[in-house]
Design a protein. Sequence first.
Length: 257
Amino acid sequence: MLKILLAALFLGLTLNASDPWINIILYHRVLPKPEAAYDVAVEDFEKQMEYLKESYDVISMSDAVDYIRQVKPLVNNAVVITFDDGDVSIYNNAFPILKKYRFPFAVFIYTNIVKEGPHAMKWTHMKNLLDYGAEIGSHSVSHGYLHKRLKEESEEQYLARLRHELVDSKNLLESSLGVPVRYFAYPYGRYNETVKEEACKAGYEAILTVRGYENFPGDDLMRLNRRVVQRSTTPDSFIKTFTVQQRKSLKDGDKDF
């Protein structure tokens, strides 16, 4: 931990204190030995959570939405921890560490994963996360690309597919878990105006992308920014995630990834 803090001082990075931000960070799998590019080692995850505990306010997704809506003023820079997909490593490896630091967090589930075997979280896992205070959001039914029509798919068929992915995933999560599902994470972070409009109609209050920027009060809740943490994330680059502002204004950062 001392090495991480010294690295921050060495980098000489400063914050713009006049513009407090919310950084939403995204994980996928937390494993003893990372296998894919988007995995994070358990040891690294522990060090990252320790750094956050010592350095920032870690807030829930619901609190972040209230700040961005400007329901209450954002005074300090804050971080939201999220996970996508629903791999069981979130429950087995990340959850004990998050409990240790008493961090809130949100998990975005694509509902087909529940049927995919031992690597996937089951409904009992999700209920235990909810009992702790975590939030569950939708990540669609199938984790397919929503931002473009399939080959030979008509406009009517495309809209029907979108509504299935957006509405049926929400309904299944709500009926299985007994809680409202208020948030959605675009699969692969990709969307278009049609997806955005249909997500609003489905009743989602906020939607997350993977655009690598921070969020400010007054931002568009239907395309919130997130930064991906993965195997290649070094201690220095993790620190820079929170100490280098990537946007100069609310209008900057309209490009989608």
